[in-house]
Design a protein around this ligand. Structure first.
Ligand SMILES: Cc1cc2nc3c(=O)[nH]c(=O)nc-3n(C[C@H](O)[C@H](O)[C@H](O)COP(=O)(O)O)c2cc1C
Length: 205
C-alpha cells in the first residue's frame, strides 16, 4: 500500500495504485455511487458496475435516467464509487430505494446519518465505513448514455481499507477478509437479498 493517507481520521485507508484499481471491482460487488454538483450531494446504490480497462483504468456503470444521481453526474462529469461492506446492508437499501431529488432542505447523508470524507481529485464526498473508494471522471459517450443509461468513466484515484485489501509480498493487491466478517463486500441478488463475498479458491494452473 502506498504511503499517502487521504485523511488522518481514516488511519486504515491507503492508496491503491491505478494499475491495480480494477481489482477492487473485479469480483463484482454492489456499490454506492456518490455525486456532487453546485452545493448538492447525493448517493445511490448500483449493482451494474464493471471494470473496463487496465491503463488507464476505466469502468462502466448503469445510471438510470430517472435518478437524481444521473442529473448530478451529467452536470459535474464526476462521481465516486464507494464499495460498501455487509455491515452497511441497510444503508445500501436505503440509498437504493429512495431518491435524493425533492428532499428540499436535507439530503440522503443527513437523512440517514451518513459520514463522509473528502476525495482527492473530485468534489463528490466519499462514504465512511466502506472498504474501497474509486474517484471517477466521466468519459462522455452520449449515445451509450442516452440509449443504454451506460456511463464510461476513468478511475483517477483509488483507496482501500488496508485491513481487507492490500499489497502482498509479490506487489499484487488483493482482498483478504479473514478476521473481518463485517467488512466483507456484498452482491445484490434482488429485492433486498444479497450474497456476501465468500472464501477465495485458487485454480491449480
Ligand atoms: C441493491 C441495488 C442496486 C441497484 N443498482 C442500480 C444500478 O446498477 N443502476 C441504477 O441505475 N440503479 C440501481 N439501483 C436503483 C437506484 O439506486 C435507485 O433508483 C435510487 O433510488 C436512485 O436514487 P437517486 O434518485 O437519489 O439518484 C439499485 C438499487 C438497489 C437497492
Amino acid at each position: 500500500m502506498g504511503d499517502m493517507r487521504i485523511n488522518r481520521a481514516n488511519a486504515e485507508i491507503g492508496e491503491v495504485t491505478l494499475a491495480q484499481a480494477y481489482r477492487l471491482l473485479n469480483h463484482g460487488p454492489t456499490v454506492i455511487v456518490s455525486s456532487y454538483h453546485n452545493g448538492k450531494q447525493n448517493l445511490m446504490a448500483a449493482a451494474w458496475v464493471t471494470p473496463l480497462d487496465f491503463a488507464p483504468p476505466k469502468i462502466t456503470i448503469v445510471i438510470d435516467k430517472n435518478t437524481y444521481t444521473r442529473e448530478l453526474i451529467e452536470a459535474s462529469g464526476a462521481f465516486a464509487i464507494n464499495v460498501p461492506c455487509v455491515a452497511q446492508l441497510d444503508t445500501v437499501r436505503k440509498v437504493g430505494t429512495s431518491s435524493g431529488r425533492n428532499l428540499n432542505d436535507t439530503d440522503k447523508y443527513r437523512l440517514y446519518g451518513l459520514q463522509t470524507f473528502l476525495a482527492k481529485t473530485i468534489d463528490a464526498p466519499l462514504l465512511k465505513g466502506c472498504v474501497a473508494w474509486l474517484e471517477c471522471r466521466v468519459i462522455p459517450e452520449p449515445h451509450c448514455q442516452d440509449t443504454h443509461d451506460l456511463f464510461v468513466a476513468e478511475v483517477v484515484a483509488a483507496y482501500a481499507d488496508e485491513r481487507v485489501f492490500s499489497k502482498n509480498e509479490n506487489g499484487q493487491f488483493g482482498w483478504h477478509f479473514e478476521g473481518y466478517p463485517g467488512l466483507r463486500t456484498i452482491h445484490h441478488v434482488a429485492s433486498g437479498t444479497f450474497f456476501v463475498t465468500g472464501e477465495p479458491v485458487s485454480a491449480t494452473l
